[in-house]
Design a protein around this ligand. Structure first.
Ligand code: UD1
Ligand code: CA
Length: 458
């Protein structure tokens, strides 16, 4: 099968410099949603028609093709003279022996299942149209039937009052026998209300040549809804998020409110996962059995092991959280953080590019960067690893069972030995030996007979 994706329109109503099909839905460009769905049908040819937005669209498509190792053709449509004219640009690249499925780059949520039912209905020699009954069909092409059979499609602007009353609409998604397509496209005229070459006019041609025209319908209207404005984009985003939330619920995940979760990527959950409101998941996030995520957390490319508890307002990115760990509230785990089992990271603690082994704790106000932290280490409040001298970064090593007194600075590169204790307020510039107390604080003293100065009267 060939797939042609129309994406040349300019999307004026988006009021944006970004080409319409590159606007993200669930963090992914609209066009990528369409390409991803199309690819699940294993097409032999995939061609994207672009026009507005300069090189941005073919660049994005080229990158997708490169990442996946499967070719995607692009064809420029300039100027944009209608949907029929758009498909014409792809014709030289199409395999004549296989049908051609036409998709729109701005219709992101069509399911693989609906496309398969259309492709099946069309087979190799019929013209298939994905149609839907719409309560408000205004602006869309109407499916004109005679004795139940489709005879043509009429656009809103060309329709009579009687035709405008028809509620079955053309989604725009069609499956066309390719060997007829070239001839039908060549015969199109732009003698209509919009002066465009309508792809929809091939339907009447098929009927006149006794090529059977069939229809299939999607499970719901949103599957064929297009994005022309930010309002429609926001509506489809909500619909898509609700679909994702429903799928998570069906798999047994507890969502405190399915209307208040945003998944912009892939969220993989084990059994008995609980997610509170307002969380955002980006990239690939894995939550193992029994994980709970408190309200208003952001997790990006993260892996959270079984039984861990992410408390409210945490930001976790490119990080691994060990089983039964307690994170937050208000913790930040930055890229390269790997926490072992039962690690406690409390409020206003930032960890970056560091490994923290089992049962260690940093419960309050600390920065741990470029550090290797052993097991059962206690990092006191206000501790900072000084990992950066303004030019280079250095590692801090804290061995098992060390105790770092509050408000210490560890000036890397530096090592705290196994079981060592740092007194509060220590500025550690040399290694602290294992098992001993190291303290850099000046000795405390008290001056007898000292009095406070008094204000001199003038
Ligand atoms: C088209 C259909 C209409 C259908 C509606 C569904 C035609 C003539 N009409 O309407 O029956 O109900 O879609 O939304 O086909 N595009 C190009 N190049 C062009 C024109 C359009 O690539 O020259 C692309 C657009 O980017 C968009 C899609 O084709 O992705 C549909 O174009 P749009 O103008 O939104 O649809 P209509 O022509 O109004
Ligand atoms: Ca449209």
């Amino acid at each position: 099968m060939n797939v042609v994706i129309l994406a040349a329109g300019m999307g004026k109503r988006m009021q944006s410099a970004l080409p319409k099909v590159l606007h993200p839905l669930a963090g992914k460009p609209l066009l990528q949603h369409v390409i991803d769905t199309a690819r699940r049908l294993s097409p032999s040819k995939l061609c994207v028609i672009y026009g507005h937005g300069g090189a941005a669209v073919p660049e994005m498509v080229g990158k997708l093709a490169l990442d996946s190792g499967a070719a995607i053709d692009t064809a420029l449509q300039q100027p944009q003279l209608g949907t029929g004219h758009a498909v014409m640009q792809a014709v030289p690249q199409l395999d004549e022996d296989a049908p051609t499925l036409v998709l729109y780059g701005d219709v992101p949520l069509t399911t693989e299942q609906s496309l398969r039912s259309l492709v099946e209905a069309a087979g190799n020699d019929k013209l298939g149209i994905l149609t839907v009954e719409q309560a408000n069909p205004f602006g869309l092409g109407r499916i004109v039937r005679e004795n139940g059979r489709i005879v043509r499609i009429v656009e809103e602007k060309d329709a009579s009052d009687l035709e405008r009353a028809i509620r079955e609409i053309n989604s725009g998604i069609m499956c066309i026998p390719t060997r007829h397509l070239k001839r039908w496209l060549a015969a199109l005229s732009n003698n209509n209300a919009q002066g465009e070459y309508y792809l929809t006019d091939i339907v009447a041609q098929a009927v006149s040549e006794c090529v059977e025209v069939v229809s299939a319908s999607p499970s719901a209207e949103w599957e064929v809804a297009g994005v022309n404005s930010k309002v429609q984009l926001a509506e489809l985003e909500r619909r898509h998020q609700l679909n994702i939330a429903t799928a998570l619920l069906e798999k047994g995940v507890t969502l405190m409110d399915p209307a208040r979760i945003d998944v912009r990527g892939e969220l993989i959950c084990g059994r008995d996962v609980v997610i509170d409101v307002g969380c955002v998941f980006e990239g690939r996030v894995e939550l193992a059995d029994g994980v709970t995520v408190g309200p208003h957390c952001v997790l990006v490319n993260a892996k959270v092991a079984a039984g861990a508890n992410i408390k409210p307002f945490c930001h976790i990115e490119d990080a691994v959280v060990g089983s039964k760990s307690q994170i937050g509230p208000y913790a930040r785990l930055r890229p390269g953080t790997e926490l072992g089992e039962d690690v406690h990271v409390g409020n206003f603690v930032e960890i970056k590019n560091s490994q923290v082994a089992a049962h260690s704790k940093a419960n309050h106000l600390a920065y741990v960067g470029d550090a290797t932290v052993g097991s059962r280490v206690n990092i006191g409040a206000g501790t900072i690893t000084c990992n950066y001298d303004g030019a280079n970064k250095f590692r801090t090593v804290i061995e098992d069972d060390a105790f770092i007194g509050s408000d210490s600075q560890l000036v890397a590169p530096v090592t705290v030995g196994k079981g060592a204790t740092l007194g509060a307020g220590t500025t550690l510039t040399k290694d602290a030996p294992a098992g001993k107390l190291t303290i850099s604080r000046p000795k405390q003293m008290t001056l007898d007979g000292w009095t406070r100065p008094v204000k001199v009267k003038k």
